[in-house]
Design a protein around this ligand. Structure first.
Ligand code: ADP
Ligand code: MG
Length: 241
């Protein structure tokens, strides 16, 4: 579905991503792990075109979406994003938060947008809160709404950037449970930057370990967690586990 080829990104003279190559197949749940500053967020931001690449290309179903003259808005609509800081509109209700993108970007009509929003809010267990505003609900609930909002756009792939890092510890589980259900029951294709090693080990189909802007090692969770090859990977896991 997604193929990243020789992706590099520099800010001025600072090379943040160096020759990144990897692919995501339909139904894959890929976790990206690595120390703070290793380039994980920048990589997700390049993939959803919030940053321009310095070099390299991104193929979506075999088509380069970074070339000139490519209509990237169609691609963007297929790629959902869930942020660490939720990014909900505080002046809108939970329901309206899950409708506005559909109406503005996809031009979905009000009734259909409402129906889809309710469907996905129900999926994440937030249907009882449709009339609440984000500041009236907990962090875990906000993140579940943010996931419903992303799903309501019916993306082909969902990107998560440390979706539980801003949460109080007691709320991490409810968000991971929703993500796990999307992965295992709905077969959602997901690319997840996370420090939750149990999620990476138990839920993901593929683990990418990044260090200093390169993919230091990747493979299935069993290999990465039980039998890492790179000394850097071993060292990182020793520190985090
Ligand atoms: P991670 O998500 O793994 O913590 P980031 O992708 O956020 O890493 O950052 C990687 C590096 O890129 C850091 O050194 C960071 O300071 C730098 N960086 C990220 N965004 C910018 C930017 N807009 N301008 C300059 N440097 C940036
Ligand atoms: Mg980050």
């Amino acid at each position: 579905m997604l193929e990243i080829r020789h992706l590099s990104k520099a800010f001025g003279t600072h090379a943040v991503l160096k020759d990144i190559d990897f692919t995501v197949d339909k139904g894959d749940v890929t976790t990206i792990i690595g120390a703070s500053g290793s380039g994980k967020s920048t990589l997700l931001r390049c993939i959803n075109l919030l940053e321009t690449l310095t070099t390299g290309e991104i193929l979506f179903h075999g088509k380069d979406i970074t070339g000139r003259g490519v209509n990237s808005s169609a691609y963007r609509a297929k790629v959902g994003m869930v942020f660490q800081s939720f990014n909900l509109f505080n002046n809108l209700t939970v329901l309206a938060n899950c409708m506005i993108g559909q109406q503005k970007v996809l031009k979905t009509g009000h009734d259909e947008a409402r129906k889809r929003a309710l469907y996905y809010l129900n999926k994440v267990g937030m249907a009882p809160y449709i009339n609440a505003r984000p500041d009236q609900i907990s962090g875990g609930q906000k993140q579940r709404v943010a996931i419903a909002r992303a799903l309501a756009m019916e993306p082909e792939i969902l990107l998560f950037d440390e979706p539980t890092s801003a949460l109080d510890p007691e709320m991490v589980g409810e968000v991971l449970d929703v993500m796990k259900s999307l992965a295992t029951k709905d077969n959602m294709t997901m690319l997840v930057v996370t420090h939750e090693m149990s999620f990476a080990r138990d839920v993901s189909s593929h683990v990418v370990y990044m260090a200093d802007g390169v993919i230091e090692e990747e493979g299935d969770p069993e290999k990465i967690f039980s039998n890492p090859e790179s000394p850097k990977t071993k060292d990182f896991l020793k520190r985090i586990l």
